[in-house]
Design a protein around this ligand. Structure first.
Ligand SMILES: *[C@@H]1O[C@H](CO)[C@@H](O)[C@H](O)[C@H]1NC(C)=O
Ligand SMILES: *[C@@H]1O[C@H](CO)[C@@H](O)[C@H](O)[C@H]1NC(C)=O
Ligand SMILES: *[C@@H]1O[C@H](CO)[C@@H](O)[C@H](O)[C@H]1NC(C)=O
Ligand SMILES: *[C@@H]1O[C@H](CO)[C@@H](O)[C@H](O)[C@H]1NC(C)=O
Ligand SMILES: *[C@@H]1O[C@H](CO)[C@@H](O)[C@H](O)[C@H]1NC(C)=O
Ligand SMILES: *[C@@H]1O[C@H](CO)[C@@H](O)[C@H](O)[C@H]1NC(C)=O
Ligand SMILES: *[C@@H]1O[C@H](CO)[C@@H](O)[C@H](O)[C@H]1NC(C)=O
Length: 463
């Protein structure tokens, strides 16, 4: 008899039904969920500092010191099959660690734990997972993949301050690697800075039959998933896992603090987790600029004060210089250009040191006479300033003076030139020492027939 003849239609039906029932039971035990952002935070239990921000990011901790945050899928997940083997499970998630200033901490972890409460958990290097007192205790039932941004002082045998580790009931990792990924097919190792405020995707995959755990990370900006995992180790978490476990995340800060975010998460038992839709990642609050230190503020204020004062001084100086230049500039009428021996007012101003009293040789009703030194020639001259309100006749007066300049006489102080400014007429003579100037200017020399001479006569000047 062939075995087939034994199998009656009734037997067959029972076999098929029992197989179906078994499949159904398995299917119902499998868990498969995805959060493309946490806008709908249904079925999550959040503890301590954890909260979902309005933008849809799950914030495990803000950057306050010494806090921890926990977020778990609120239903238990069957992790052990028939009390004999850990089921295959797979998770993918995107996290972001934002640090203000230099060096934050302490990190975050994907957790599979018997209790959502994580008894004995403390902050700092314990990542909100465990504490000093229960480290390594077999009754913890805590499995974690940590993303650690601080190297604990010798306590936890940590490789560096930027590593990925697998934790079995302890924070002394069973295996740990500096954070990196293997790019492309060539497998070149590229470091990843965990707390660099970039979106980083992580995959944690466990194959229940080969008992191999793979951990892979890559910045979201790297578009193709690395083929080679960062960690690929034979691990059997059976002693740690209970029949039902909770899956989620834990994070903590210490004296060093960062904001820890989960942006998306998918999880599945019995197969590969659904791929995350990277186009729907929520954004996290912008990293605020670190506030400037008091000394920087003082420096900025002092510098801007100094700059302002310098600018005021400089512009005042420039304004004064321009004013002085304008004040010393000649205002020429067209006819004046025709007459020779015209001195620029500026030159006479300089020659007499600005008509300084110390240069005054004498004064009378007619005007003042100053000693001057012409800058260009070095010649000593006498500059006579005649103030006149009689604007009328000025043109003729100057014409007369100009012709006077062409005359030479041994007794007549040579007239070198002239200058007109406003109502002032300035006559420039060769300087003759010892009072002879007086005589020469107003003395016995035969007067040229001019109104100037007559006026001079009327108003005698004493030297
Ligand atoms: C939450 O759980 C309910 C049933 O308990 C299910 O209908 C729903 O799809 C779950 N939501 C998510 C986001 O998994
Ligand atoms: C950060 O989180 C802690 C713990 O939840 C909370 O007490 C504190 O107010 C938060 N700080 C800010 C700035 O939100
Ligand atoms: C491990 O934890 C259990 C439960 O908290 C406790 O009773 C036990 O004493 C701990 N063992 C050690 C070695 O600390
Ligand atoms: C510390 O780490 C090294 C290498 O990562 C490992 O060989 C060693 O066993 C670890 N020590 C402890 C106590 O875990
Ligand atoms: C890692 O865990 C395996 C068991 O899963 C164990 O054999 C091995 O000794 C552990 N290694 C370390 C360094 O803890
Ligand atoms: C990558 O990180 C490791 C461990 O911190 C370090 O030794 C190595 O120099 C880094 N490589 C580069 C290219 O920065
Ligand atoms: C783990 O990675 C290895 C390659 O290193 C691969 O052969 C294996 O299929 C991976 N396992 C899982 C569960 O992804």
């Amino acid at each position: 008899m062939s075995p087939a003849s034994v199998a009656t239609p009734g037997h067959l039906a029972v076999a098929v039904l029992s197989l179906l029932a078994h499949r159904l039971l398995l299917c119902s035990a499998d868990v498969d969920f995805i959060y493309n952002g946490f806008h709908n935070a249904a079925n999550l239990s959040l503890e301590d500092a954890a909260s979902v921000l309005p933008g849809g990011a799950l914030q495990l901790t803000n950057d306050s010191k010494n806090i921890m945050g926990h977020a778990f899928f609120d239903s238990p997940v069957q992790m052990v099959q028939d009390a004999a083997a850990v089921v295959s499970f797979s998770t993918a998630f995107v996290f972001e660690i934002v640090t203000v200033g230099s060096g934050g901490g302490h990190g975050l972890a994907f957790v599979v734990a018997a209790s959502k409460l994580l008894p004995g958990a403390t902050a700092e290097q314990y990542l909100g997972l465990l504490g000093k007192d229960n480290l390594g205790n077999l009754s913890n039932h805590v499995f974690a993949v940590e993303f650690d941004t601080v190297k604990a002082n010798g306590l936890l045998n940590e490789t560096n301050d930027n590593h990925v580790g697998v934790d079995l009931n302890s924070l002394v990792s069973n295996v740990s690697e500096p954070a990196a990924y293997f790019a492309g097919d060539g497998g070149e190792r590229t470091n990843v800075t965990l707390e660099s405020a970039q979106e980083i995707q992580a995959w944690v995959e466990y194959d229940g039959s080969s008992k191999i755990l793979n951990v892979t990370i890559a910045p979201v900006s790297v578009t193709t998933r690395p083929r080679r995992p960062l960690i690929s180790r034979p691990i059997d978490p059976l002693p740690i896992f209970k029949q039902e476990m909770y899956v989620g995340f834990s994070s903590a800060t210490g004296k060093l603090a960062s904001s820890h975010y989960i942006l998306a998460w998918s999880f599945r038992t019995g197969g590969a987790a659904q791929p995350i839709d990277l186009s729907r990642l929520p954004s996290v609050p912008k990293k605020p600029e670190p506030p400037p230190s008091a000394s920087t503020v003082i420096k900025i204020v002092a510098l801007s004060c100094a700059a302002t004062v310098t600018a005021i001084i400089a512009s005042t100086g420039v304004a004064l210089w321009l004013r002085r230049r304008a004040a010393l500039a000649d205002t020429l009428e067209e006819w004046e250009l025709d007459h020779p021996h015209r001195f620029p007012y500026r030159e006479l101003h300089m020659a007499t040191k600005g008509f300084k009293n110390s240069e005054l040789l004498g004064a009378g009703g007619f005007g003042q006479v100053y000693r001057g030194v012409l800058r260009r020639s070095g010649d000593v001259v006498a500059v006579k300033r005649i103030s006149s309100n009689a604007r009328q006749g000025m043109r003729e007066f100057v014409a007369e003076v100009a012709s006077l300049g062409r005359m030479r006489h041994r007794n007549l102080a040579e007239l070198r030139g002239w200058c007109k400014r406003g109502q002032d007429l300035l006559l420039v003579y060769e300087f003759m020492p010892n009072g002879s100037l007086d005589a020469l200017l107003f003395g016995d020399a035969p007067p040229p027939a001019s109104p100037l001479r007559r006026r001079r006569r009327r108003r005698r000047w004493r030297g």
